[in-house]
Design a protein around this ligand. Sequence first.
Ligand SMILES: Nc1ncnc2c1ncn2[C@@H]1O[C@H](COP(=O)(O)OP(=O)(O)O)[C@@H](O)[C@H]1O
Ligand SMILES: [Mg+2]
Length: 242
Amino acid sequence: MSLLTVSDLSVAYARIQAVQGVSLEITPGSIVTVIGANGAGKTSLLNAIMGLLPAQGEVTFRGKSISRSPTEKRFSFGMSLVTESRDLFTTMSVRDNLILGANRCARREIDQRIGDVFGRFPRLRERRSQMAGTLSGGERQMLAMGRALMARPQLLMLDEPSLGLAPIIVREIFQIITVLRQNGVAILLVEQNARAALQVADYAYVMELGEVTMQGPASQLAGDSRVIESYLGFGGVDANQN
Ligand SMILES: Nc1ncnc2c1ncn2[C@@H]1O[C@H](COP(=O)(O)OP(=O)(O)O)[C@@H](O)[C@H]1O
Ligand SMILES: [Mg+2]
């Protein structure tokens, strides 16, 4: 059974074809990664899936076509996107940012969900009254993920969660991603950090110039000579190493 199916999706800006005929699939509770260089079209793909950008093609979520559904509808069906810019309310507290992520629910339910998020991200509990704008990069990413989780999504989409973070924080974030999967949340992970992404993912797609050029089980792609040469050749942060 497929949770999300994207068929032949294309996104064009005025003069640039950013995404060209991309198809992908995610089963419930799995981690799928899309890796690719800067400019490959990864962000455009995620934004189109979330309905933030007009696109051609078909997006099906939980068996229903959502290609014509506005973003709020997609959100209420159970998909959440943490954008590259994290989109936090910088002059509001950590706690209030979390409350804004709850999707129309009762006070007691909100408190319970905040408790769950603090359980996953103890650092956010310590900083619950602090303004979001004063958090470190890693804490901002945690808050953005926590806010997305407040809606209890079945699909969490993450756009470059490791961007700009120190290696030790990247490992922490990726560890949380695997725990979320164990709890049944499917994850669509877009990353330039191919090494870390391929370590946690079940299945992977490689995007180049708007198109999917390779796909397969993540462990298989991690051993593919073309992937090694283009994406794993140097540097990168290991998701598991301590
Ligand atoms: N708002 C925009 N207007 C015009 N071109 C854009 C816009 N956003 C992205 N692009 C272009 O679309 C292509 C894909 O960009 P993007 O989806 O951001 O890739 P990635 O996330 O893989 O770096 C790039 O050539 C980029 O310059
Ligand atoms: Mg991007």
